[in-house]
Design a protein around this ligand. Structure first.
Ligand SMILES: [Zn+2]
Length: 252
């Protein structure tokens, strides 16, 4: 394993543009359960009934039974893996992160250039008047939370929707554009905590490979389909700080 950590650190030190793709695995190490696992939230709430825009528009109060639980699950702190990635970005060694997670833990750790491929639970929006509310404000509201903005001298009162991408929604165009810009010219990608089975995010490492870049994978279970150059099998909260330690010796 030490050799693989060393190898990853060397590639990181010599890369012109390194980027990161992260998924549920980095968040589970912060105590957020994997929603797709056997006992995950989607085993209790059928996504078709609770996690589509169609369902939300039909019966937002019902969908909020799931959303209230989801918000509880997302109360977590960044782990040393998140912190290591933030440190690399601050040092200019990582250009940015594309994440499939909606928890905002990368930003909480200090990462700035984070593309949230599936939206974010850090903000909530009113689909009637367009008002946006930070998560902390919504947490303080009675559920289901309603828009408090005054529109034409009456309260809007629409039930708020988290800015996460529901199952029947498109990836936000802005996220796709930012991802394209990030991937363009990348010659190294760290794939962290994702089995890369859900497209289009799963295609990102392939793009890096296509432009001649390398893939470093950090996963508890190696992704089956990914043509990784090196696979570090284990916890990202341990492996990422170890890579950063080695990398520091190389660049200093
Ligand atoms: Zn409103």
């Amino acid at each position: 394993m030490d050799e693989k950590i060393e190898q990853a650190a060397r590639w990181l030190a010599s890369a012109d543009k390194a980027i990161v793709l992260s998924g549920a695995g980095i968040s589970t190490e912060s105590g957020i359960p994997d929603f797709r696992s056997a006992d995950g939230i989607w085993s209790r709430y059928d996504p078709a009934e609770y996690a589509t825009l169609g369902a939300f528009l039909r019966d937002p109060a019902k969908v909020w039974l799931m959303l209230a639980e989801l918000d509880e699950l997302l109360r977590a702190q960044p782990n040393p893996g998140h912190t290591a990635l933030a440190e690399l970005e601050q040092a200019g060694a990582v250009a940015g992160i594309v994440t499939q997670n909606v928890d905002g833990l990368h930003q909480a750790a200090g990462s700035r250039n984070v593309v949230e491929f599936h939206g974010s639970s850090r903000t909530y929006s009113c689909l009637t008047c367009g008002a946006v509310y930070p998560r902390d404000d919504v947490r303080a509201m009675i559920k289901p939370p309603r828009c408090t903005r005054e529109v034409e001298s009456r309260t809007c009162d629409t039930i708020l929707k988290p800015d996460v991408v529901f199952f029947d929604e498109m990836i936000p165009p802005q996220a796709l554009t930012r991802t394209e810009r990030l991937v363009d010219g990348a010659d190294l990608i760290l794939v962290v905590g994702t089995s890369c089975e859900v497209y289009p995010a799963a295609g990102i490492p392939w793009q890096v490979r296509q432009q001649g870049g390398r893939i470093v994978e950090i996963n508890l279970e190696p992704a089956r389909e990914l043509p990784s150059d090196v696979v570090l099998a284990g916890k990202s909260a341990t492996l990422l700080p170890a890579i950063v330690e080695k990398w520091k010796h190389l660049v200093n």
